[in-house]
Design a protein around this ligand. Structure first.
Ligand code: GTQ
Length: 347
């Protein structure tokens, strides 16, 4: 590889002239813009233990009324990227959100898309475009870009969920903004996971006539995901991972433009070594005891802990139990990378 010229080698007057005309020579910065072989990564493999976050989130419940927060969230920020930038990975934002009984996180809509994954509590629900989406532990709720959403709580005790947003990417485009709205009117019927999309392989006949919603299904109950993983595990070779992707039931494609959502089951004692890939990810333990080795850093995770996986990382997941299965929820940025034409899986 040739050694490129530096800024220092250029006459000072020349550089000053460039600066005065808002010009920058590429060659002194070329290797920084395009590192050879592998990207430069500042994202650290890191774990957020739920016990550490939960205590402080409940304190926030005492310290800050919902009216003063709108969204009572502690952001899981990667120190490698600067805490103030609120990035778990370079393209993925995650936070843990708390709502207390009878509180409402008021109606709004915004350009970033979000995925909610319920961590604890009963009686929470999100309303998306008039559809009431119950939030029980492990349920997945989508709030795609520009759709109205508000969160409510008609149960007792705290309700806490994981927010995953494509915010860093939207911010980088200088395209992030929100609008406030009046409370939504709820259509008084069960959500579409209970009415229109009861089973894989069956979609409303209308959809074949080209009458399609962009986001037909907004709630994926955990009970069904877990059962599906267990059924798949019963016939899957030990050398293969048991992993299911959440998709749009009408297209079979990813639910959201940037974020890819999936669930993993690690059988008792299983060691999974997914192939190295160009995407970054966050992993959230739903159930079980898991050691995650990410680029030679070993992180021990238990239920409701969350981890950051940098782009291009080596990942090894070990279910520490020889008796019980472990379950993980994963969000990655592979859909965006695929659209940009550079998603890769390495040997
Ligand atoms: O619940 O709408 O964690 O707008 C960050 C921004 C949650 C939300 C977040 C948001 C929300």
């Amino acid at each position: 590889m040739t050694t490129l010229g530096t800024l220092d080698e250029l006459p000072r007057e020349y550089v000053e002239g460039l600066t005065a005309h808002n010009l920058v020579p590429l060659w002194p910065s070329l290797r920084r813009a395009l590192p050879q072989g592998t990207p430069h990564r500042r994202t650290k493999p890191i774990i957020w233990h739920y016990s550490d976050v939960r205590t402080r989130l409940l304190q926030a419940g005492d310290l800050t009324p919902i009216e003063k927060a709108e969204r009572r969230v502690l952001v899981l920020a990667n120190p490698g990227l600067g805490l103030e930038n609120m990035q778990a990975t370079a393209s993925i934002y995650i936070g843990l959100q708390l709502i207390l009984p009878r509180e409402t996180a008021p109606n709004h809509r915004h350009t970033p898309s979000a995925v909610r994954f319920v961590v604890e509590g009963d009686g929470g629900f999100t309303i998306v475009d008039g559809e009431k989406l119950p939030m029980e532990r492990g349920d997945l709720i989508l709030t795609p870009a520009l759709l109205w959403h508000e969160h409510c709580h008609e149960g007792s005790g705290p309700v806490i969920w994981l927010d995953v947003l494509d915010l860093p990417t939207v911010l980088a485009q200088e395209a992030s903004y929100a609008l406030e709205g009046a409370p939504q009117k709820i259509r008084n019927q069960p959500d579409q996971s209970q009415t229109h999309y009861r089973r894989a392989g069956l979609v409303p006949y209308q959809a074949l006539q080209g009458i399609r919603a962009a986001y037909p299904l907004l709630r994926y109950p955990w009970k069904e995901v877990r059962e599906a993983l267990q059924s798949m595990a019963s016939v899957t070779d030990r050398a293969e991972m048991v992993q299911l992707a959440y998709v749009n039931p009408q297209t079979g494609l990813e639910c959201l433009p940037v974020l890819g959502i999936s669930a993993i089951m690690l059988r008792p004692g299983e060691i999974a070594q997914p192939r190295r890939r160009s995407s970054s990810a966050v992993l959230h333990v739903v159930d079980g005891e898991v050691d995650a080795e990410i680029d030679a850093v070993t992180l021990s995770a238990t239920a409701s802990d969350t981890l950051a996986v940098p782009t291009h990382a080596m990942v090894k997941l070990t279910n520490k139990s020889s008796k019980k299965a472990a379950f993980l929820f994963q969000v990655d940025d592979a859909p965006m990378q695929r659209k940009l034409g550079f998603f890769e899986i390495f040997d």
